[in-house]
Write a protein that binds this ligand. Structure first.
Ligand SMILES: CCCCCCCCCC(=O)SCCNC(=O)CCNC(=O)[C@H](O)C(C)(C)COP(=O)(O)OP(=O)(O)OC[C@H]1O[C@@H](n2cnc3c(N)ncnc32)[C@H](O)[C@@H]1OP(=O)(O)O
Length: 160
């Protein structure tokens, strides 16, 4: 059955040539393949870390959590960029955001095994830059808070 447009996640709109990111590339079979969507004014994604994403036994590795903040933040930034221009994510030209800065604060240990809810909120859209705050919830508690500064790839770095 054909998927409805609203079923697509932000990352599903990334062009093939930039869909190999470890965190969010739908073409990276070894990666997380994070899927982020709007949920009202916030964005949301879900991911359950694998048993080998361990820090100390029973708890999620911080680098994995940073990756979730990173790719949910850049995905939300891309969606916000299109929204600010009043166009859909399948319109041309594609907007390609990379991480300029990533800040992650680990507020409490994140239990391994629980599904994680990753949420985001757009703080600023200014020119080529979007700032997104993001947080991770496990078992009803916020375990991680972070911020992503995403910037559109400079024209000189675009290969297509
Ligand atoms: C590509 C398609 C997407 C698919 C994958 C998405 C997920 C990818 C997640 C990643 O892991 S990306 C890989 C890690 N990131 C990088 O390798 C990026 C390397 N850095 C760069 O390429 C450039 O530094 C960058 C494009 C981020 C910025 O260079 P620019 O020369 O375009 O920035 P510019 O100086 O014009 O600044 C634009 C705005 O961004 C702000 N900015 C730039 N770098 C910043 C920084 N590091 N921290 C905070 N703000 C920064 C800058 O202040 C300014 O804000 P204002 O307009 O408000 O003044």
């Amino acid at each position: 059955m054909q998927r409805r447009m609203s079923d697509l996640a932000f990352q599903d709109y990334y062009p093939d040539d930039v869909s190999h990111c470890y965190g969010c590339g739908r073409l990276n079979e070894h990666g997380i393949q994070l899927k982020s969507r709007w949920d009202g004014e916030e964005s949301v994604a879900y991911y359950t870390p694998k048993p080998y994403h361990t820090a100390v036994p029973g708890y999620v590795y911080g680098g994995m959590l940073a990756s979730l903040i990173d790719c949910h933040g850049t995905g939300t930034a891309a969606a916000a960029g299109y929204r600010a221009e009043g166009r859909t994510m399948d319109s041309q030209p594609p907007l390609r955001y990379v991480t300029a800065a990533l800040n992650v604060n680990y507020l409490r240990p994140t239990p391994l095994g629980d599904p994680l809810e990753v949420r985001g909120r757009v703080k600023e859209v200014k020119g080529r830059k979007v700032v997104v705050e993001a947080w991770i919830i496990a078992g009803g508690e916020v375990c991680v808070r972070g911020e992503v500064v995403a910037v559109q790839l400079p024209e000189a770095m675009r290969q297509s």
